[in-house]
Write a protein that binds this ligand. Structure first.
Ligand code: ADP
Ligand code: MG
Length: 628
């Protein structure tokens, strides 16, 4: 709740709306306690007194009634009727929508055609017809306004419910033997509730206006009782001679509707789960770079060289140090593995290279990323955009999520080519076929016209690789590309990547959490823990003699076929949260060799030859050469 309020008030306008509306609501709640004149007592001797007259702060109307008192009582009535209409419309409409969407089929058809009929009438005309049939009066106006708004809720909520009714958790509830009514109440309703609240908060202002409109026409509140609409209606004849009688209720209507709408927008933004984690803004096209220290000037070691890279997330007053000074390089034709448990900062490191970390909340706060001599972090956006996909391409873990579900895979591949090359469609298509052949997709001609859901996981990942290859990049960063696949397909994909690198001299950065995969593919490996490199070296060396206890424990977690019986060692404990890192070695709390010095101060990366390890007491005996 406090999080919700914080998000709400981050939006200044919504905060203003909340304050104004809060003040108005408070005022009308305490109205009966205020020392006001009675609102309906006429005093013809004091007609049309101007504002700030003795005893009448806002003046009087054409019958000499105190405007301030009428205004507050009128606002009370208008707000109550508008909100009541909104609640009734939302409850009825949502119930109709949920039932229609949940049961579907004939029930849906009958209900929604009825709703469509209501929607076919012009809005205000329908309200007028209802009031005409029921007779004028505030209660009937309320019924009319609620009735004409029911279809709006029914349509919205039905759409959301249809999407939910076929989801797995609803099936699971059915399997558990829950009744339909219970499923609706327990499973569906909580999921549509935010939508209902949002729809309500954005329409309640409109309903207050509609009620005022009916009263203005004399169909709502009846004299002498006033609401804001009827006050305006009565003041109409004196609009020119005594404008204050119209201005007073007019300003109040404006304030209410304005603040309700601003607040409604704010509530919508704050409740939207996609906006909740970040700031209330779309991520920028390139990650923010705010380097605090000097830019490292070490000579470049490979084609792609990350130097002391630091990437943080600034969210909700907390700082997550996802990448805390990472140095890595990769040469043409080389494969560098990055390994570490989930959450160790591998993906964020990879995304930082091309400025793809979502900003806000992501910020690159230090270091340099050099590609063939240029620092990518100081490159302007256009330059970086031209390099994306062309110099450095990405393959992501889940091709289902990165492929657009509604376009054919061939078109998506062509798109990747066309975004960098001014070639004809036919030529792009020809290149597509070549690429699909290169990644060993059988029948590329017919597969081009397939949609992503028609391909198997392995095929989709091949499309992902083909997309990455589309512009002949020099570096490919593969972020756990085989984690979602089964082992046979994984072996094929790894072999494919290995061939591509040997044939084309690609540099590959391969991110994984599986040492088995690293052993198969990578020349060198860097082990990450809590956003830092803890060990780096040639894969053979690291596997034969892991020096950091963390590396050693990671290797112990890999089962070995035919290696005899061996206890698989899980690493006790969990990786630390990166917003609150302990001083010194981050692995110390889980390390069996940790001593007091480990957490006393910074532990440096000790480099000997092509081996680096960040540990005060590294392992020195070769690892498990015999398994009994
Ligand atoms: P992995 O090694 O599994 O790829 P990531 O690089 O995705 O890990 O994440 C590194 C760390 O950054 C994690 O601790 C994660 O909690 C944090 N992180 C990632 N995205 C965000 C975000 N939007 N806001 C805050 N923290 C984040
Ligand atoms: Mg990841």
């Amino acid at each position: 709740m406090s999080r919700f309020l914080k998000l709400l008030f981050r939006n200044r306008l919504a905060g203003l709306g909340a304050v104004v509306l809060g003040a108005i609501v408070l005022l009308v709640l305490i109205t009966p306690l205020l020392p006001l004149q009675p609102p309906n007592v006429t005093d013809t001797a004091n007609r049309f007194l101007p504002p700030f007259s003795e005893g009448h702060l806002l003046g009087t109307d054409h019958l000499g009634r105190d405007l301030l008192s009428r205004l507050l009582y009128g606002t009370r009535l208008s707000l109550a009727v508008g909100v009541a209409a909104a609640v009734i419309a939302a409850t009825l409409g949502s119930a109709i929508g949920i039932v229609a969407g949940f049961y579907g089929g004939r029930v849906d058809n009958v209900i929604m055609r009825g709703v469509d009929m209501l929607m076919a009438f012009p809005y205000i005309l329908l309200a007028l017809a209802i009031v005409a049939a029921l007779g004028p009066g505030l209660l009937n106006a309320l019924i009319a306004v609620a009735a004409v708004n029911v279809p709006f809720f029914a349509r919205n909520i039905r759409g959301v419910t249809v999407g939910l009714a076929h989801r797995e958790f609803v099936d699971a509830a059915r399997l558990a033997g829950m009744s339909n009514a219970r499923i609706i109440l327990v499973e569906v309703l909580p999921n549509v509730l935010p939508v209902i609240v949002i729809a309500m908060s954005t329409t309640v202002g409109w309903m207050i206006l509609e009620t005022a409109g009916l009263s203005f026409l004399g169909l709502g509140s009846q004299p002498p009782v006033a609401d804001l609409g009827s006050m305006l209606g009565e003041a109409r004849s004196a609009l020119i001679t005594n404008p204050h009688t119209s201005i007073v209720p007019g300003v109040m209507i404006f304030l209410i509707v304005m603040s309700v709408n601003l607040l409604g927008d704010g509530v919508r933004d704050a409740l939207d789960p996609r906006l909740r984690s970040g700031a209330l803004a779309r991520p920028k096209a390139v990650t923010d770079v705010r380097r605090e220290g000097a830019v490292p000037q070490t000579p470049q070691k490979g084609l792609l060289d990350l130097q002391e890279l630091q990437t943080q997330f600034h969210a909700g007053g907390r700082v997550f140090r996802a990448v805390g000074g990472v140095s890595l390089h990769v040469k043409p034709g080389e494969c560098l593995g990055i390994i570490g448990e989930s959450g160790s900062g591998k993906s964020v490191t990879a995304l930082s290279v091309m400025g793809l970390v979502a900003s806000p909340p992501g910020v690159i706060t230090g270091g340099a990323v050099r590609y063939d001599g240029t620092d990518l972090l100081s490159e302007p956006y256009e330059g970086l955009r031209r390099r994306r996909g062309r110099n450095v391409a990405y393959i992501f873990q889940d091709p289902q999520a990165t492929l657009h579900p509604l376009y054919r895979v061939g078109d998506q591949l062509s798109e990747a080519i066309l975004s960098h090359h001014a070639v004809s469609r036919a030529e792009a298509e020809k290149r597509c076929l070549e690429l699909m052949r290169a990644v060993r997709i059988p029948n590329p001609g017919s597969r081009m016209r397939a949609y992503p859901h028609e391909l198997s996981g392995g095929m989709r990942q091949r499309i992902g690789i083909a997309m990455a290859m589309a512009n002949d990049p020099d570096v490919i960063i593969a972020d756990e590309p085989t984690t979602a696949l089964d082992v046979t397909v994984q072996a094929q994909i790894l072999a494919l990547l290995d061939d591509l690198r040997r044939e084309r001299g690609l540099a590959i950065v391969f991110i994984t959490h599986d040492f088995g995969v690293v052993a198969q593919l990578c020349d060198r490996v860097a082990v990450m823990y809590a956003g830092r490199i803890v060990e780096e070296g040639r894969t053979d060396d690291v596997l034969a003699l892991p020096r950091h206890p963390y590396t050693s424990r990671l290797i112990d977690c890999v089962p070995e076929l035919g290696g005899g019986k061996r206890r698989l060692e899980a690493i006790p404990g969990l990786p630390p949260m990166v917003d609150d890192l302990p001083p010194g070695c981050a692995f110390a709390p889980r390390c069996h060799k940790a001593r007091a010095e480990c957490t006393a101060g910074e532990v440096d990366l000790g480099v000997t030859g092509d081996r680096a390890v960040r540990c005060l007491y590294p392992e020195d005996a070769p690892k498990r050469e015999v398994a009994e």
